[in-house]
Design a protein around this ligand. Structure first.
Ligand code: NAX
Ligand code: ADP
Ligand code: K
Length: 506
């Protein structure tokens, strides 16, 4: 599934019109009919609907929906919020069609009139504004949006909740809080943002007959889904041996912090790594071995539990390294971490404290021969970029892309919507996972799953997408099957859940 900006959506529509030869009126017919059919099927208990139509093509979709609902026996009225002169030609065409079919349209309405009429209808269809919304919502429209947010009926938004920007980086003025949104063709960026998502309610996509080629010309962002994982996840070969699945090392865990590396190591093994070594301070080894019997160990030089400068040569023989969990932020540890990042010619994943050590050498990491993968949460991304967390939340895709391109690394920006970006700017979003993951240690688990996937897959982007999907799916499965709730789930439960996720994928 592609994720688009408003401009990209217009480009796709244009392609369908200019190259596919599909008239804009037909696209509108397809959109409106597809949505109406879903409403008729899914909202079978409703018999009446008020359609609020704006002047753009979103309003045009509204007239088509009204016609089909009426045909199926709904009592329908369209409340047209702007005069005819403001309607696009396609919207006007479909308004006429609706009237030809004896549809009722109210014009010249004000918000007080609508407040009185609205209670007569069981459903409200919001076709006021689509992806063409720009700037602050004008006073002729704003009170209608407020009215919808006050009313008790079920609100169904067409394409996007009216007033909500399609693109990230745009501040919301005011927007309809929908109960359900039928998204036309492809989700818009705002669906996968913390600020936009709550406005959509339940959401689903309706296809409108755009030719597939419209999406093939460019690398649009994508949502990573179950089918993508099934298509790309490496299965174990009958004759494979442990060396075929990667020999990984987890480097970190100063004294007092043995837990994080334990989680990373266990997760890497559960996610399929062939061999796993933990490089940590001596006193941690017996603690870790107690929890993760299958791991091997490398003792790091330390001083009073703090990891000192160590020889990096032994780590060159691994197929991948995850560095930084429980590492501590001491300057001596920083020097060692920086040397690891600089010298190791293997895929390196840097997380947690390692990200703090990485920051001063960011300008040098682009010269590495093998991929560098960073896995910051929003706070760590703010530390690395010096943008505020709020600024990153407003434009997570743009900021992650800018960073990945500038420093030539893979960025896994973690959150409810985890954004995975490759150095060439390709982006995917993984939206599995739930608030049970908002607990210490789950990021360490993700790093382990990433290590296992990266060692076993030739495409780093696919490996990262699969890791994020599987990590979140494990948390979802734990809750769905009643093994945990979002409250009591622990990072180690997420590791335990991996097995179930793999079972469902093969
Ligand atoms: N060919 C196409 O482009 C298709 C478009 N479709 C629908 O058309 C929509 C996009 O159509 P449009 O580009 O006409 O955009 P809109 O339907 O969002 O309407 C834009 C109009 O809204 C008004 N407006 C913009 N910002 C405003 C503000 N801040 N306050 C008050 N009024 C404001 C302006 O008058 C502007 O002309 C999509 O969301 C989708 O629903 C579908 O019918 C499928 C085909
Ligand atoms: N509310 C949430 N919904 C879904 N996933 C979440 C949520 N909160 C956190 N996560 C996921 O949990 C993990 C947390 O990582 P991180 O903050 O680094 O944890 P830690 O450093 O304690 O191990 C990330 O993979 C993130 O995507
Ligand atoms: K809308």
């Amino acid at each position: 599934m592609y994720i688009v900006t408003a401009e990209e959506m217009y480009e796709i529509d244009r392609y369908a019109i200019e190259h596919g030869g599909i008239d804009g009126k037909i696209l509108m017919e397809n959109a409106g009919r597809a949505i109406a059919e879903r409403i008729i099927k899914q909202e079978a208990s409703y018999q009446s609907a008020a359609v609020l139509a704006g002047g753009g093509n979103n309003g045009g979709d509204g007239f088509v929906i009204a016609r089909y609902l009426q045909q199926s026996g709904f009592e329908v009225k369209v409340f047209q919020l702007v005069p005819d002169q403001k309607l696009t030609s396609e919207a006007l065409y479909h308004k006429k069609l609706f009237i030809n079919h004896h549809g009722g349209v109210e014009t010249d309405i004000n918000v007080e009139m609508l407040r009185k009429d609205l209670p007569y209808y069981q459903l409200v269809i919001d076709a006021i504004l689509g992806i063409g919304v720009k700037g602050a919502i004008r006073p002729n429209i704003k009170p209608f949006i407020s009215l919808l947010n006050e009313c008790n009926q079920k609100i169904i938004s067409v394409d996007i909740p009216s007033g909500l920007p399609a693109n990230e980086s745009v501040q919301i003025d005011t927007a309809v809080k929908a109960d359900h949104t039928y998204i036309v063709e492809a989700p818009k960026q705002s669906l996968f943002t913390e600020w936009g998502f709550p406005y959509y309610g339940e959401w689903e996509i309706v296809s409108i007959g755009v030719p597939k080629q419209a999406y093939h010309r460019k690398s649009f962002a994508r949502r990573w889904e179950r089918d993508d994982v099934i298509a790309t996840l490496r299965k174990r070969d009958t004759f494979s041996h442990k060396g075929s699945h990667g020999k990984g090392v987890v480097i970190g865990g100063q004294q007092m912090m043995p837990g994080s590396v334990t989680l990373t190591a266990s997760a890497a093994l559960r996610a399929g790594a062939g061999l796993l070594t933990v490089a940590t301070v001596k006193d941690n080894i017996s603690i870790i071995a107690h929890k993760c019997t299958e791991a091997m160990y490398h003792v790091l030089e330390e001083q009073d539990g703090t990891i000192k400068e160590n020889d990096v040569t032994p780590f060159r023989t691994f197929d991948g390294a995850a560095i930084g969990m429980g590492m501590g932020r001491d300057p001596v540890t920083a020097k060692f971490t920086q040397r690891l990042i600089h010298d190791l010619d293997i895929p390196v994943i840097v997380d947690a404290d390692g990200l703090h050590h990485l920051k001063p050498i960011l300008n040098k990491v682009g010269k590495r021969n093998y991929p560098l993968i960073i896995t910051p949460h929003y706070g760590e991304m703010a530390m690395l970029t010096e943008y505020t967390i709020d600024r990153i939340k407003l434009s997570p895709m743009a900021i992650a892309k800018e960073f990945a391109r500038k420093y030539q690394l893979y960025v896994v920006l973690k959150g409810k919507f985890t954004i995975i970006t490759s150095p060439d700017g390709k982006q995917t979003v993984s939206d599995t996972g739930n608030a049970g993951l908002a607990k210490g240690g789950t990021g360490d688990v993700l790093s382990g799953v990433i290590l296992a996937m990266v060692m076993q897959h030739s495409s780093h982007l696919e490996a990262l997408c699969n890791a994020c999907y599987i990590h979140g799916a494990s948390a979802d499965m734990r809750v769905k099957t009643g093994r945990n709730t979002e409250i009591d789930m622990l990072a180690s439960d997420v590791i335990d859940g991996l097995s179930h996720v793999f079972h469902t994928l093969f």
